[in-house]
Design a protein around this ligand. Sequence first.
Ligand SMILES: [Zn+2]
Length: 421
Amino acid sequence: MEQQIVSVFLLFLATEFVVEFALNELNLRHVRARRAAKQLPDYFRGKLSPDEYEKSVDYTLAKGHLQRWTQIYGRLITLIILFSGLLAFFDDLAARLAQQLSLGVYGRGIIFCFAIGLYFTIAGFVTDLYSTFALEAKFGFNKITPKLYLADKLKGLILGLVIGIPFLFVILWLMQATGRFWWIWAFVFISWVQLLMIVIFPTFIAPWFNKFEPLKDKEFRDRILALADQVGFKTSGIFSMDGSKRSAHSNAYFTGIGNSKRIVLFDTLLEQMSMEQGLAVLAHEMGHYKMKHIQRRLVVQTIFLLVGLYVLSVLLDFEPLYSAFGLAPTHHAALVLFSLLSGSVTFYLGPLMNLLSRKHEYEADRFATLTLRDGKPMEEALINLTVKNLSNLTPHPWYSAYHYSHPTPAERISAIRQCAV
Ligand SMILES: [Zn+2]
């Protein structure tokens, strides 16, 4: 039985790897061929210089080459922890530590989960460091200093401990104490934590990493408020955020729920865009809210969570699963195994979620176009963002269908032009 479990898992892992590796190669070849043929999408002709186009291709290729290695490296890291005996080693270590410190069975489980988390964090440093300080820096995007980088990681670790320890404690306790239907209790608890995070993130967590200031530009602020009023969007404030201390990439987002939603604009976005373009981006974001895209996404994620927890509850008593990976059957082992194995089995859900997300993006673009009664600002904002972020102008259609949460800029512009205003 153990043999079969391992074989099935390896088959899924290999499938995912082959699909993603092949897509990346296809995309790289596609982008190179387009460059050789100088085939720019029509919408971008005259919008960027030949140098900018060359640079965007170089950036795309550099990221694709890195992806080639991270795809191999990431799976090696997973295979090593699953098959080298490290899992059992960490479990023993956690048991001994918990005993010495009299932490009990929950303490043991928490230490074990954190040891696994630490393993992946350390392994991830290699690619993260390279991506930040070599790749992003080479193309002028990285603005983070090593000092700030370290401070960020340290804060992340502290947050992980402060939130993670009580969270894991409650989950392990529910698994122990609430019997056969523990997964329903866990579901209620996790949903509640997610809601709590939405409330505390903008006011307690985000300000620890970034400075938020009320938007200074009075004219822009008034126009945003007028736009919010027009579409019936309630906001508790418009803030600019110092994103530029980490990266030159630009963005805008909304956080919070109900009437206390904040609009957050990166300073990089404010710098790079005209007011009309900025308003179009915000109209698009408001479209997501008005058309309940966020709620819909939450519903889908909630269903995944419930199904995932149910499957976990079924697997909990399936002993060959533990022995296949050298572990004794415990609740913390089940949690870790489930999170290590499930990704490769459900990887095709990613592209399906992207399909839904792209549908929502088209709808939000349409909303912005109709609200402003003009598609031009949205179109210009898209071109501007694409050029400034050196986005890939010519992705392979299969690659973008699989990986992209947004339609390509060319697809979006052509849809915007089809909206009758
Ligand atoms: Zn969007």
